[in-house]
Write a protein that binds this ligand. Structure first.
Ligand code: NAD
Length: 474
């Protein structure tokens, strides 16, 4: 059993209190090791280290910072097998599925290395006679990056790339349940970054997270997590007016119009709804079908989803692993049991016996639009399918939701695809697809899914402040 250390000011250190958190494999319930339970003193030390490193790091050239990210990307690529194993064990991901996530982080770091050298802005000009104006984009300062448990490495990568390349220094806090790959990434990065530029602490949300989110030395908090957590962090940062980057919950609708390709929808949902056991903020979990296609679609979905192989994450044939914890499985099952009173569970609806927190892929047909299974984030392998009366009602139901992160629409009518994409209040709209991401394109939401963008040039705007310099020029 390994005793991991947190990384503060370039060094591996235990928590000042000596306390630790035990980390488990959700597939086998085996103990993987311990990490420090970071407390206030550790947060103070990490923020102080990041603040001390900021002047020199922010004064480096974009080329120097880009080179550090490129070296980190190369090192991560070389260590891919170790990261795949660690992420699979700690986050309950099938071993055959994690490679894509490591590749995505490598690509993302490389994208941000290039993007940070290509910042654009308004032309320098005399917008007032005799005054020359120019725009700078300056780093914000110390960024607190708070990450969730569902994609521990991917979220750490999405956060540190744009923050570091723009000259900020970072205190990264992964979820206490899944801290291992963030610690591994942080350890790897120390080789290429000056001490204090990237610190990784490993406490709980209630203790270390809450203290970090209101710390006067932190200029910006970037959090990916539950909407309730985002609201708490926004409130905590209000007293010092922190900049916020909030990537919160989702409830992605899948709009299936009567002219859609049923088999394509069903085969895409097999992955898009159940990848990572549905513990995904963009998971295709809320299917709304036209009246003519509904029956055929439910049949096709059942046929596809019942072939998903659920099992131990170490088995190469496994397609879907466990939920992250016993509490999460109880929560998911609660949603399903309550929904089953008014709608039909046409597939799954049960836990899988054994040590891990496994739950069967589940399809619930015919829930009401105002039911909790349609409105609330379940974060498990559970999909609802509703029959709308008309094309207008499909769109109306899709937008009738507190979240606005991602959506997809399925049709063979190009004009309808454009019209509905425009009307959907979601940060991503896929047309005849769901789930695919590109480093060049933004990810972020409308409504209570938060604000700010991950990935793309838009993220660089979030991690910098536009400064106007006006010079008397005559
Ligand atoms: P969570 O909100 O429980 O925790 C997220 C992080 O916040 C963790 O590091 C946690 O320790 C920390 N935290 C918790 N309470 C805090 C507080 N009061 N102050 C400061 N930090 C605190 O989320 P989770 O259960 O780890 O992840 C699942 C959630 O994340 C889902 O709601 C999912 O939709 C969301 N998510 C969103 C995106 C996106 O891009 N929008 C991506 C992945 C996950």
């Amino acid at each position: 059993m390994r005793a991991w250390k947190q990384i503060i000011n370039g060094k591996p250190v235990a928590a000042k209190s000596g306390k630790t958190i035990t980390v488990e494999d959700p597939s086998t319930r085996e103990v993987l090791g311990t990490v420090p339970q970071s407390g206030r003193a550790d947060v103070d030390a990490a923020v102080a280290a990041a603040a001390a490193a900021f002047p020199a790091w922010s004064a480096t050239t974009p080329a120097e910072r880009a080179l550090a990210l490129l070296k980190l990307a190369d090192a991560l690529e070389s260590a891919k097998r170790k990261f795949v194993k660690a992420e699979s064990e700690n986050a309950g991901k099938p071993i055959s599925a994690v490679g894509i996530e490591v590749d995505a982080v490598v690509d993302n770091l490389r994208f941000f290395a290039g993007a940070g050298r290509n910042m654009e802005g308004k032309a320098v000009a005399e917008y007032l006679p005799g005054r020359t104006s120019m725009i700078r984009r300056d780093p914000v300062g110390v960024v607190a990056s708070i990450a969730p448990w569902n994609y521990p490495l991917l979220m750490a990568g999405w956060k540190i790339g744009p923050a570091l390349v723009t000259g900020n220094t970072v205190v990264l806090k992964p979820s206490a349940r899944t801290p291992i790959t963030a610690l591994m990434l942080g350890t790897l990065a120390q080789e290429f970054l000056p001490a204090g530029v990237l610190n990784v602490i490993t406490g709980t949300g209630e203790e270390a997270g809450a203290y970090l989110a209101q710390h006067p030395g932190v200029a910006m908090v970037s959090v990916t997590g539950d909407t309730a957590t985002g609201k708490r962090i926004a409130a905590a940062g209000a007293s010092t007016v922190k900049r916020l980057h909030l990537e919160l919950g989702g409830k992605a609708p899948v709009l299936v119009f009567d002219d859609a390709d049923v088999d394509l929808v069903a085969s895409t949902m097999r992955a898009a709804s159940f990848w990572n056991a549905g513990q995904d903020c963009t998971a295709a979990c809320r299917i709304i079908a036209g009246p003519k296609i509904y029956e055929r679609l439910v049949d096709a979905l059942i046929k596809q989803v019942k072939t998903i192989k659920v099992g131990l994450t170490s088995d190469k044939a496994t397609e879907m692993g466990p939920l992250i914890s016993a509490a999460q499985r109880t929560r998911v099952d609660g949603f399903v049991q309550r929904a089953s009173k008014k709608a039909e569970v046409v597939l799954g609806g049960k836990s899988v016996a054994g040590k891990g927190h496994f739950y069967r892929p589940t399809i619930i047909a015919g829930p009401a639009q105002n039911s909790e299974i349609v409105q609330d984030e379940v974060f498990g392998p559970v999909v609802s399918v509703q029959r709308a009366k008309s094309a207008d009602q499909i769109l109306e139901w899709a937008n009738d939701c507190q979240f606005g992160l991602a959506s997809s629409l399925w049709t063979s009518d190009i004009a309808r695809a454009f019209k509905v994409s425009k009307a959907l209040q979601f940060g991503t709209v896929w047309v005849n697809d769901h789930f695919t991401l590109a480093s060049e394109m933004p990810h972020g939401g409308f409504k209570q899914s938060g604000y700010g963008k991950d990935q793309s040039m838009y993220a660089l705007e979030d991690y910098t402040v536009a400064k106007h310099i006006m010079v008397r020029s005559e």
